[in-house]
Design a protein around this ligand. Structure first.
Ligand SMILES: *Cc1c(COP(=O)(O)O)cnc(C)c1O
Length: 390
């Protein structure tokens, strides 16, 4: 595996191993049961990994669909030349429906107001909008409640008859798929089957019915239907420790966040470290300054907790994480300005993982990778296909 970047941007960088992204997509496709396809979720700048390179890698590895939250993310993919099946699901009134319809982006409707705006956009553009109807099967977030579903379905069928829309998808989202055995899982499966039956009785014939996020893709074959819809696992993270570790599924974390030490110095014992003096040197020691802070996505909550690999050993953030920097105490060990500090990576070179950071600060790996700041350059490695597909 290539771990040496061709060039090293200054200060701090997130290296993204696109070979890992491709291999993860292939591993997830292999897990999809019953001939189900795969939608790679690339929302939120591909969970912080870089939208366009990751989308390209996912397509190269055989992702049948891409999924985004916002229409802007989907339009950015089209502007960059992506032409495959693509769904954007998080809309607000007045959204860019017409632009999406013209760009051949599948849109999602969870309510009548959305379907009405889609029909208006279709009429205005003279095209047939491709629509996925979203059912709320229990999550209580987006999606149409069972009581309102017959009305949404009937209106969609009428719009199909008019030629304004084609219902290409029926879908929903899990609340607790990351807690195997949670009673809501079976209840949501039942509710989803009921919503599908209702829609089919009303005459809808979708291309794809889809429900499974990463935990369901990895642990719940009964939820795979026509399409699985993993996000975080595409980037090599396990959705939850309860589901397993990445290696259990042949997944490899794609992001490696590292920085060059900005300073290394000897200080006497009893020296305060960083704002508020949350850490005091226990004796004469060497402090290393890591030039990454909460503006770069290092949680301030990691003060005194976050794990870092410096000078060949795992250390802990000493004192407070500031906006741009934090300190580690090297004890008796030596390092020099310019040496590398690794915050997280795949974990097989002794460095912490994003999951280790999540545990240290009381969050989930999703948030650790997604919050890496906009001023951290993403360096994409291994962009060439190893799939022979060109
Ligand atoms: C983010 C998201 C996914 C992907 O979830 P993961 O747990 O990252 O696999 C799938 N579907 C919807 C609706 C989402 O918002």
């Amino acid at each position: 595996m290539n771990s040496a970047p061709a060039f090293r941007p200054p200060r701090v960088r997130a290296e993204i191993d696109l070979a890992a992204v491709r291999a993860n997509v292939r591993a997830l496709r292999d897990r999809a049961t019953g001939g189900a396809g795969l939608m790679a979720v690339v929302k939120a700048d591909a969970y912080g990994h870089g939208l366009l390179p990751c989308a390209r890698a996912a397509r190269l590895a055989g992702a049948d669909w891409l999924g985004t939250a916002t229409p802007e993310e989907a339009l950015a993919l089209r502007a960059a030349g992506d032409t495959g099946p693509l769904l954007a699901w998080l809309w607000t009134p007045g959204g860019p429906w017409a632009r999406a319809v013209e760009a051949d982006i599948d849109v999602s409707a969870s309510a009548r107001w959305a379907l009405d705006e889609i029909v208006a956009a279709a009429r205005a553009t003279g095209r047939t909008a491709r629509v996925h109807l979203k059912a709320d099967t229990g999550l209580g977030r987006n999606g149409c409640q069972p009581a309102d579903w017959p009305d949404l379905v009937a209106a969609a069928r009428a719009a199909e008859a008019e030629g304004a829309v084609r219902v290409t998808g029926l879908w929903s989202h899990f609340a607790c798929a990351d807690e195997p055995g949670h009673p809501s899982i079976a209840a949501q499966l039942t509710a989803f089957r009921e919503a599908l039956a209702r829609a089919e009785r009303a005459g809808l014939r979708p291309e794809v019915r889809h429900l499974a996020n990463s935990p369901a893709t990895l642990s719940l074959p009964a939820s795979h239907f026509d399409l699985v819809r993993p996000g975080v696992s595409v980037y090599g993270l396990s959705p939850a420790p309860e589901i397993g570790v990445p290696e259990d599924f042949g997944l490899r974390p794609a992001m490696r966040l590292s920085a060059d030490l900005a300073n290394v110095k000897r200080v006497p014992g009893g020296h305060g470290v960083s704002y508020g003096f949350g850490y005091t040197t226990p004796g004469p020691t060497t402090l290393a300054l890591v030039p990454a802070g909460y503006a770069d996505g290092v949680p301030r909550h990691a003060s005194g907790r976050g794990p870092v690999l410096v000078a060949g050993k795992l250390r802990t953030v000493a004192g407070r994480v500031a906006m741009d920097q934090f300190v580690v105490d090297l004890g008796g060990d030596r390092a020099e300005a310019g040496d590398e500090a690794v915050l997280f990576g795949p974990g097989d070179a002794g460095e912490p993982t994003a999951e280790d950071w999540a545990r240290a600060v009381g969050t989930i790996g999703y948030e650790i990778v997604t919050r890496v700041g906009a001023r951290v350059p993403r360096v994409h490695l291994n962009a060439e296909s190893d799939a022979g597909a060109g």
